[in-house]
Design a protein. Structure first.
Lengths: 392, 392
């Protein structure tokens, strides 16, 4: 802190007073004040109605919870991902504005989260430390009234839900940090948990430097290895001679850039705000539309919403045409695959394991047909769950 | 991950199907289903009304913003802490339930934050790193639609707001971590910023151990030095022989306890969830009602709400009876002091500086009277701001 010496001013000894208004200004102010008072009255009336409706909603939610307890005293499912997805999709589709759809969704996530917390405060297990993308995905899905419990491995997240210590887990399935997909998929082969929902987070990278720094003076660019890889082409064109330094996380890169002249970081724009950095270039990722996808896992079979996806694991013998045999039923039933991933089997019995995501719900006739056919050609078929597709 | 070997079961090959229901269960389910459908219909209707009201509220807020811009094109104050405090106090006071007052407040903070973000997304400077109590206080005051910018020192927070890079700053003023008060108060002596609001966060400590650990086997207790101090008496009685280890933060202590048998951590209950710990004892702090208090600072004079507090700095010469002279006017005007703190002056001109908080607003007659008297006996009086008192 600079010393106060020589900085104290006469105003230190007096109260600040409003500047005298000119007549014109007073007249304008006066008519505007009346309008302002009217608008505030309207907002107050709206707020009262909002509060009453929020309380009515909570009372209905309590009633639903009582009904569910009566119906299934052992394990009532207070949280219904299918129902919630339908509510949010409809609220967005019919949104009249001026609030953007994404804001409406965020507010209703909080409202639903708040009403639910009266009955059963949800505990959500996710990969730590606090502040990870996985935690952000969990908050996007469950709102701020849910309790987040961060754990150190994906396997711990599965165990936490299996043991009942957490109601649901959130795990990255297609992640910008390498190795995550593998760990998550391996957990699914041995776990009894189902996929209850998916969450997508858009990933954008920006080139950031210390505030007021000169972009011409960048000598080094640091970021997580995977982010550097995701911007490789852009960097090759714009910063071909600067050294690239992989660090433990994008947040760490932002911290370094904030402290060091000539060092730029690749990180999300949020990091620019957090660490007080200037954005030199936004959206520098080679692949636009880059997203990280997460699964919500739990002990629950989710009902159809009309916008569903199903994930399965199929194991086959190591023989010619194995993949073709697995894919043919999808073609015949005109089912669109959204992802296929092969992994070495973890048991000696199977040689290949395919992780397949496709459109549709296990209750759909076409899906039932595909699965019946797959059961004939594969050595094993495991249903990981049918769940509502993520909202944009 | 354990290998899947020997764990694959026949169910791996088949779809899970619902258990067949008994007749009784079907009848109960059927009448309950009808009730459930009715309740869901009511919730859907409420949600539609809520969305319409939220959009109406946003439209009103836009209208208010347009009026303010017309009235004061240079620096329209979209955010009004006094107005917001009044809204929230009234919503809480008249809350009909079943949502608790605190939930109503949290939801409305988000609603206000969301409406405001349409006009002017607020940027809030606060002490980092991300995840601090200060950030939690900023979110409590401004909601999740505001952008948080975490900085490394309190002086940086003041500078960020003075330079206009952030709209408001949040700084701890009475904190459980030592030294904060001092830094913050010193910043006020030289800054032109005013206090616009105060925020209080309750602080509770718990004794936590690794899940499933045995409380009888605790040999060491670790925590931030200040937290150890705040629980000293309790520890002396309950754990007199165990060693106490100060670490960099309570979160770090929780992390250590999660990894180490026989080590307990003192931290907030939230840390138990985050790090998967068991709570051995809750609320072990020697002083119940322990709170941390934060100030929101900005370039704004806040209007009275009827529940206000004023903070001033008074400097006096080093002479006998100086403190008495400062306190006498408050006594005469029957004004209740909530805090007085003396600090060595930072300039040679003054020998003592007193930081004083008291009930009332600068517009109140009694406050004007006190300040006039103080100006006669003190070498300097600086108004730090009148602001709404924090809600519980």
């Amino acid at each position: 802190m600079p010393s106060a010496k020589g900085r104290s001013t006469p105003s230190w000894h007096t109260w600040r007073v409003s500047k005298p208004s000119t007549g014109d200004r007073v007249a304008k102010a006066s008519s505007s004040s009346t309008e302002l008072l009217k608008l505030r009255g309207r907002i107050d009336a709206i707020d009262r109605q909002l509060r009453t409706l929020l309380n009515n909603r909570a009372a209905c939610a309590e009633e639903v919870a009582r009904l569910k307890t009566r119906l299934d005293a052992d394990a009532p499912a207070y949280y219904r991902p299918d129902r919630e997805a339908e509510i949010l999709a409809r609220l967005r589709a019919e949104n009249e504005g001026p609030l953007p759809d994404a804001h409406i969704e965020r507010l209703f996530r909080e409202i639903i989260s708040c009403c639910l917390s009266l009955e059963q405060p949800l505990t959500i297990a996710c990969l730590g430390p606090s502040g990870t993308y996985t935690e952000a995905a969990a908050i996007k899905q469950f709102g701020h009234f849910a309790k987040m419990r961060t754990l150190s491995t994906v396997a711990d997240v599965f165990r936490e839900v299996e043991s009942g210590a957490a109601h649901y887990g959130v795990v990255a399935v297609e992640n910008s940090t390498d190795g995550m997909v593998k760990h998550t998929l391996d957990c699914f082969t041995t776990s009894s948990l189902s996929i209850c929902a998916e969450v997508e987070l858009p990933i954008h990278h920006a080139l950031l430097i210390r505030r007021g720094g000169d972009p011409e003076e960048i000598v080094e660019i640091c970021s997580h290895e995977q982010s550097l890889a995701q911007c490789r082409h852009w960097l090759d064109v714009r910063y071909p001679t600067q050294s690239r330094r992989p660090v433990s996380s994008n947040a760490e890169a932002a911290r370094i850039a904030a402290d060091t002249d000539g060092v730029a970081a690749i990180a999300g724009e949020a990091a620019a705000d957090r660490y007080g950095l200037d954005t030199v270039h936004a959206n520098i990722e080679d692949q636009p539309g880059n997203k990280t996808r997460f699964f919500v896992v739990g002990n629950q079979q989710v009902e159809p919403t009309g916008r569903d996806r199903t994930s399965i694991i199929v194991s086959t013998r190591n023989e010619p045409g194995a993949l073709y045999k697995v894919l043919a039923p999808f073609k015949r039933h005109d089912i669109s695959l959204s992802r296929i991933e092969s992994r070495p089997s973890q048991t000696s019995a199977w040689d290949y394991v395919f992780f397949i995501d496709f459109e549709g719900h296990r209750n759909d006739d076409s899906v039932t047909g595909v699965l019946a056919e797959l059961n004939k050609v594969a050595t094993g078929v495991k249903n990981l769950g049918s769940y509502p597709r993520a909202l944009d």
